[in-house]
Design a binder for this molecule. Sequence first.
Ligand code: AP5
Length: 246
Amino acid sequence: MGAQTSSVVGGVAKETVVGPIIMLGPPGAGKGTQAKLIAQRYEIPQISTGDLLRDNVAHKTDLGLRAQASMDRGDLVPDDLVCDMVALRLQLADCVKGFILDGFPRTVQQASWLDGYLETMRAGKNAAGQAACAPPVVIRLMVEYNNSLQRIVGRRSCPTCGRIYNIYFQPPIVEGICDFDGTPLVSRLDDSEDVVKERLKTYERQTLPLVDYYRAQGRLVEIDGDLPVEDVTARTVQALESRRSP
Ligand code: AP5
């Protein structure tokens, strides 16, 4: 990886420049689950466009009011709204050594916007600054359709700390309660089977073309997302380390 320092935590130098990482995959692929683990490991922020949009909906912001109908149907929110939201988030100081995008980009237009944005950010920066906004490494999690469906239907999350559980695969110790802070777990409103089927169709139609987009640029890493969580994490870390080694 990039710049090194003396302080090492869990095998990763604390100030190592990681750069942008994208998690790509259908609903239920495990993007959020893996993004949280990778973000923790490298001490970079997880930027989930789904979480940011849900937060805006919950607070009834102008963006939330404009996004809600699309989200309820399982459609994508318009590109310009999402790109403006991401641009604001990427300006925060915690992105200084990299970030992990979870659920963005989701259309070729969003990907091309991101490429342009990162290129502009690199201008006039030193080597470490440029590495932090280098062209992203794209981790594609590949999962079987039925696995995606079952994972989503069984998903529960903690509204306080954001931890994700699954009643089939990753249950909490006490049913319905977060292991870490004792908050009752909730299901997402768009996780009903009908809406999930729409989200999966939307993915096939609008997001899958990104696979060719990033493959053509040599930035795509494909990982078997049907494996257990720890195995997916290990393969993702291995891929990131080997892609970024000098
Ligand atoms: P978003 O929140 O991004 O939803 P999504 O892409 O449909 O993805 P999910 O959050 O459902 O799945 P995930 O891959 O993160 O899986 P998770 O780790 O939770 O988007 C929601 C909506 O917002 C969109 O429909 C759209 O309207 C809008 N939106 C968002 N971004 C947008 C954008 N860029 N442009 C336009 N609109 C946008 O895991 C799922 C379950 O499986 C969990 O229960 C977990 O415990 C379990 N699990 C995970 N990994 C494993 C494993 N390896 N083995 C067994 N179980 C596992």
